[in-house]
Design a protein around this ligand. Structure first.
Ligand code: NAD
Length: 347
């Protein structure tokens, strides 16, 4: 089988997570790595920490057959690489995405797409111009429970949505990242941009774009100047209540929570620590069987899918389109404005 050859840029929490996923794919091979940190370039990932999932980083990675670079541009120049997979801090996504697309590479870029609207314009223009494929790691769309719930809802089986709540609460990520960049609000965008973007994307995925958003946030609980906890309500102008809450300031050791409750006319769809269940208004609760062939997490699903699309030359639009990614980013940027102004922001 011809393998799709991958170059990973940034070998931190997400880079090592992607490394582990590619290792399990029969049709993919990591052939190149780039990282500014000399320890990581030797495969030493012992300092890498995450807030959910992630592999055992205590042993060095076996970099046999992998060409290692300091500079992302040198990796992009490697003719062997089919996919450039970008896992560097958010403000650095735009330059590397644009360079890789301009060089004719397929690009997978971690979420959030970028730090601000100016960077987004550059990326969107580059992706529209490119003949290669581009996907963003908004992995929750590919997370089996969320995907099932969204498909069930969109099939009409649950009836009309009346209220929906999405929640993502993480133990503090202070000290987790390279240069502790999450704790610098100007770089990471705080929990609002970095963590809660997943649920803003779910709101967009399930219900489309709202007419306006109102967000309130607590700034600087653990980070310098970042919105560390946010609650947003999305107005669809139809009497429904859609809400998403995200924060990364819980005490270290607090279990990571990702959950939703979607109350519809005919059923309530619910994910919490007890699992994912559908509670019909009439009839017994159901625990759906999920499609986890590609793996249990959205990271497994999204990367297996992207690699397959590149291998087959099929445009990767199952989980997202460039327009849906752009819309979700507009939504979180609007939330940033709403937190600052204490006013609703029209979308
Ligand atoms: N999808 C998810 O669930 C998820 C989870 C966590 C983080 N992320 C995203 O992934 C990205 C990376 O986050 P992380 O947690 O892995 O951060 P991290 O700090 O753990 O890792 C970043 C890595 O990039 C390297 N690096 C920094 N600048 C570089 C450059 N210019 N060129 C090459 N290497 C460079 C660092 O040395 C480090 O190894 C962020 O955009 C973050 O928001 C996504």
């Amino acid at each position: 089988m011809k393998k799709v050859k991958v170059g990973i840029v940034g070998l931190g929490f997400m880079g090592t997570t992607h490394w582990g996923v590619y290792k399990g794919l029969k049709n993919a091979q990591v052939v190149a790595l780039a990282d500014v940190d000399a320890k990581k370039r030797r495969g030493d990932v012992s300092a890498v920490v995450g807030n959910i999932g992630g592999g055992d980083n205590s042993k060095p990675l076996d970099l046999t057959g992998v060409t290692v670079y300091e500079d992302a541009r040198a990796l992009i120049g490697n003719a062997d690489v089919d996919i450039v997979d970008i896992c560097v801090p958010t403000p650095d996504h735009a330059d590397i995405v644009c360079a890789a697309l301009a060089a004719g590479k397929h690009v997978f870029c971690e979420k959030p797409l970028c730090r601000d609207a100016t960077q987004m314009k550059r990326i969107v223009a580059a992706a529209k111009k490119a003949k290669t494929f581009f996907n963003v790691g908004l992995c929750v769309r590919a997370w089996p429970e969320y995907r099932h719930a969204c498909e069930y809802f969109k099939s009409g089986k649950a009836g009309k949505m009346k209220s929906a709540t999405f929640k993502r609460i993480s133990p503090s990520v202070d000290g987790n990242a390279w240069q502790n960049w999450f704790m610098d609000g100007a770089r990471s965008g705080g929990a609002l941009l970095d963590l809660h973007v997943h649920d803003a994307d779910e709101v967009n995925y399930f219900f489309g774009m709202p007419k306006s958003v109102t967000a309130v946030g607590a700034t600087g609980i653990v980070s310098k100047g970042g919105v560390d906890h946010v609650v947003a309500t999305y107005d669809y102008g139809d009497g429904t209540l859609v809400m998403a809450e995200g924060g990364w300031a819980a005490a270290k050791g607090t279990p990571f929570e990702m959950s939703f409750t979607i109350v519809c006319e005919k059923a309530t769809l619910k994910l919490d620590a007890s699992g994912y269940h559908i509670y019909p208004v009439k009839g017994k609760p159901v625990t759906p069987k999920l499609d986890v062939k590609a793996g249990p997490t959205g990271w497994h699903q999204e990367l297996a899918y992207f690699v397959n699309c590149v291998a087959r030359g099929v445009k990767p639009e199952k989980y997202q389109t460039l327009a849906s990614v752009e819309d979700t980013m507009k939504l979180v940027f609007a939330e940033e404005r709403s937190v600052k102004t204490h006013k609703p922001v029209r979308i």
